[in-house]
Design a protein around this ligand. Structure first.
Ligand code: CAA
Length: 258
């Protein structure tokens, strides 16, 4: 376990856990926190002994948005020069499966970062929203795009234009959330899912994740073609031969992630 200024990083077997730890600001995403998360996630992403990455916050807040106090004094010239928030693009580009474990507030940038993850596990007390409009601005870490793709135009417009929050039930019905669990079991349930994913062949997981992500980037025909070629490519994996042989021989597979 390693604790830096704004996060804690843990390794449990093949699962990496990044916990946002800025309680006095409800885990608001300032630039320093973003840099720490991205550095930790990038290190785990290039470590073949990690097969799944969990991102979580506290019971009260996954993250209550970008840090408004840090943004308040910036000008247009400042944010365009800094390419403000582009640091999070590296998190979205992680190839290892990622899971957001969300309890409490996931607002603004908090909701946007949760949506970058492959699975989103919500505690019963989770609240999602894009309240930037109430600050005279709008989402800027992918919220308009990922929310619209996840829940469709009707609900994305509702949330982005009114700034209202939706609870875990509504978020699951809308397709934003993979599963809802009780608040006190959030981390245990998420870790069980992460361990399951991390026990699979990592190169097969990269391929499967990339193909699902492709559904948002291409036409159906191009996506199916990409999937077909990627599926064919898994036949180059020792893990593919092992997985099928294990099924035929009625035994559990031993994946070597090769
Ligand atoms: N930035 C900076 N500080 C924040 C913050 C944020 N996004 N959210 C909460 N905090 C701070 C509060 O200022 C407060 O600090 P002080 O004790 O120093 O006053 C502390 O966290 C606790 O917050 P509250 O007292 O407000 O707690 P609450 O339980 O009464 O309310 C809340 C909780 C409804 C989440 C409320 O804090 C809130 O509305 N937060 C802001 C939500 C928001 O607008 N997020 C969008 C940010 S913009 C963005 O994300 C841009 C983008 O997409 C790129």
């Amino acid at each position: 376990q390693q604790t830096t200024e704004h996060i804690t990083v843990e390794w449990r077997g093949r699962v990496g856990i990044i916990t946002l730890n800025r309680p006095h600001a409800l885990n608001a995403l300032n630039l320093a926190l973003g840099a720490e998360v991205v550095a930790a996630a990038a290190a785990m992403d290039t470590d073949p002994s990690i097969g799944a990455i969990v991102l979580t916050g506290s019971e009260k807040a996954f993250a209550a948005g970008a840090d408004i106090k840090e943004m308040a004094g910036r000008s247009y010239a400042d944010v365009i020069r800094e390419d403000f928030f582009s640091v999070w693009d590296r998190f979205a580009a992680v190839r290892t499966p990622t899971i957001a474990a969300v309890s409490g507030y996931a607002l603004g940038g908090g909701c946007e970062v949760a949506m970058m993850c492959d699975l989103l596990i919500a505690a019963e007390n989770a609240r999602f929203g894009q309240p930037e409009i109430t600050l005279g601005t709008m989402p800027g870490i992918g919220g308009t795009q990922r929310l619209a793709r996840a829940v469709g135009k009707a609900k994305a417009m509702d949330l982005v234009l009114t700034g209202r929050m939706m609870d875990a039930e509504e978020a699951e019905r809308a397709g934003l959330v993979s599963r809802i669990v009780t608040t006190d079991t959030l981390l245990d349930e998420t870790l069980a899912i992460a361990e399951k994913i991390a026990s699979m062949s990592l190169p097969a997981a990269y391929a499967a994740k990339e193909a699902v992500a492709h559904a948002h980037e291409s036409t159906l025909a191009a996506g199916v073609q990409f999937e077909r070629r990627t599926f064919h490519a898994t036949f180059a994996l020792a893990d593919r031969a092992e997985g099928m042989a294990a099924f035929v021989e009625k035994r559990p597979p031993t994946f070597t992630h090769a």
